[in-house]
Design a protein around this ligand. Structure first.
Ligand code: NAD
Length: 480
């Protein structure tokens, strides 16, 4: 009798991060002590608190993990989901350390989570729960403008960040920098233009940068630009929606598949991202969306033929169970940890190019960094320069028009050019410019290692090498 070969064990998210870390440090020259210091998670605080709701006390469990304090404050989102657990929060905190280092955001890595299904609670109940969770974290300086600065993640957004900022301010009435205790706030509560779209926008900038390098496209067997590329996106939440929308509207890409928690939509002609988003907002899912193929088992669409796959929902969706069947030649990890370490190996062997999470979704923390700086400087970006810039441009336009009239040349600047050229950069333009610059620079740092070192075969290992190198330099400079 023959026995079937045992199915190799799928590593957990936390183990996946460690495996990828170990693969990179094996190619680096770090002392074992320093290597271990960087790898381990410094601390994880678990809190269980009760809130009186609907006539009884409900107990909630939350976490805040600090992975590395080589730079302070530490930074990382707060996730609201029933799947939240200590290992996941620690893996996400580690990713934050590497992500911040890769994009030169001057923070250590942290992450938080609350085990809750936000859809089960009314808005006023969510506010009570969030304020109570915030109270527990502020008490221990796990929310603090100079020590630990959270941001949105899955299940949280501007609304929760505004409550957190307000709760911190109530507990620290004389802290002039209170607004900098959290990022991702609404504009009227100290937020910054472009933060909500930032992670999706960063995914778009990352893909644009990738397609600027024909040799990199060739590794995925792709040619040309983003125009007409067929894309499948999983999760039409904050990150997935913005990435898909911008790629469709601004780069001419075709969104042929959208996978949500209740199934998937598929259309070779392309789906209207905005309309699907509105449908989800109204009906709670994609089922019954008119005139388009609907598949109840949404995950199968991950395996459909396309040019680019954007997992933008949750971790572990591409695993050893489906990796061999994934056909996309290019995967950009908009979510954190969507490809397990096991699947990563299968895909690398197949020649699939993966743009790794720590780079691909770094747009959020990059713009969070800008928001934190704005809060500490107490002034909106562009407020001082904008009109001066416009006045200088007007001088040049006036002079060109005067010269043309004097010499009888009859030159006319086109109205479109004049309007664009004369408009000084406001906060949104400056934020997008800073984000674009960051995404380009980080990609180039990764690709220099990818192409420059023969023993490095993939962008993920390259990303880890770049970021671990920076964290190590920072520890060395501190005398560790
Ligand atoms: P979100 O809650 O706004 O959106 C998540 C989306 O995924 C929702 O539309 C949800 O319905 C969908 N979803 C959930 N389970 C699913 C499933 N099994 N199959 C298909 N779809 C499913 O969250 P988000 O902020 O967009 O975050 C998504 C991912 O991006 C997470 O991994 C998060 O850590 C990462 N991320 C977010 C940010 C940010 O700024 N929000 C920054 C960096 C990384």
């Amino acid at each position: 009798m023959t026995t079937a070969p045992a199915m190799p064990l799928e590593p957990s998210f936390r183990e996946s991060v460690d495996i990828m870390f170990n693969r990179a440090v094996a190619l680096m020259d770090l002392s074992p002590g320093l290597e271990e210091k960087i790898r381990v998670c410094n601390s994880t605080y678990t809190v269980r608190f009760g809130v009186r709701l609907r006539g009884q006390i409900h107990t909630f469990t939350g976490y805040r993990s600090v992975h590395s304090e080589h730079m302070e404050p530490v930074k990382g989102g707060i996730r609201y989901a029933m799947s939240v657990h200590q290992d996941e929060v620690e893996a996400l905190a580690a990713l934050m350390t590497y992500k911040c280092a890769l994009v030169d955001a001057p923070f250590g890595g942290s992450k938080g989570g609350l085990r809750i299904d936000p859809r089960e609670w009314e808005e006023h109940e969510m506010e009570q729960i969030t304020r109570r969770f915030t109270y527990e974290l502020v008490k221990r300086s796990l929310i603090h403008p100079s020590q630990n600065v959270p941001a949105p993640d899955m299940g949280t957004g501007e609304r929760e960040m505004a409550w957190i900022a307000d709760q911190y301010r109530r507990m620290n009435t004389t802290d002039i920098n209170a607004a900098a205790c959290v990022t991702g706030k609404p504009i009227n509560a100290g937020g910054i233009q472009g933060r909500t779209e930032a992670t999706g926008r960063g995914v778009q900038y990352a893909l644009r940068e990738f397609f600027r390098h024909p040799e990199d496209c060739a590794k995925a067997g792709l040619t040309g630009g983003l125009e007409g590329k067929r894309i499948i996106v999983q999760g039409l939440g904050n990150v997935g929606y913005h990435a898909a929308k911008f790629l469709q509207e601004e780069d001419g890409a075709k969104i042929i598949g959208i996978i949500e928690r209740d199934g998937a939509l598929f259309s070779e002609e392309g789906l209207d991202v905005e309309k699907v988003r509105q449908w989800i907002g109204k009906h709670g899912g994609v089922a019954d969306y008119p005139k388009v193929k609907y598949l109840k088992d949404g995950a199968t669409v991950l395996e459909a033929t396309c040019d680019i796959l954007i997992p933008a929902a949750l971790e572990g969706v591409i695993n050893m169970g489906n990796a061999a069947r994934i056909k996309a030649p290019l995967i950009i990890e908009a979510a954190n940890g969507p490809v397990t370490a096991g699947a990563d190996e299968v895909l690398r062997d197949k020649g699939t190019v993966i743009i790794p999470d720590m780079y691909a979704n770094a747009g959020g923390v990059t713009v969070s960094y800008f928001e934190w700086v704005k809060n500490l400087s107490h002034i909106r970006f562009g407020r001082l320069q904008r009109r001066a810039e416009e006045a200088r441009h007007q001088l040049l336009v006036d002079e060109l028009e005067r010269l043309s009239a004097d010499k009888g040349l009859g030159w006319q600047l086109s109205p479109g050019f004049k309007e664009t050229y004369l408009r000084g950069a406001g906060e949104l333009e400056l934020v997008r410019s800073g984000l674009d610059d960051t995404m380009r620079a980080a990609y180039q740092a990764m690709r220099a290692v990818w192409h420059g070192r023969p023993e490095v075969h993939d962008l993920r290992t390259a990303a880890y090498i770049v970021s671990i190198g920076k964290v190590a330099a920072s520890y060395r400079a501190k005398g560790l």
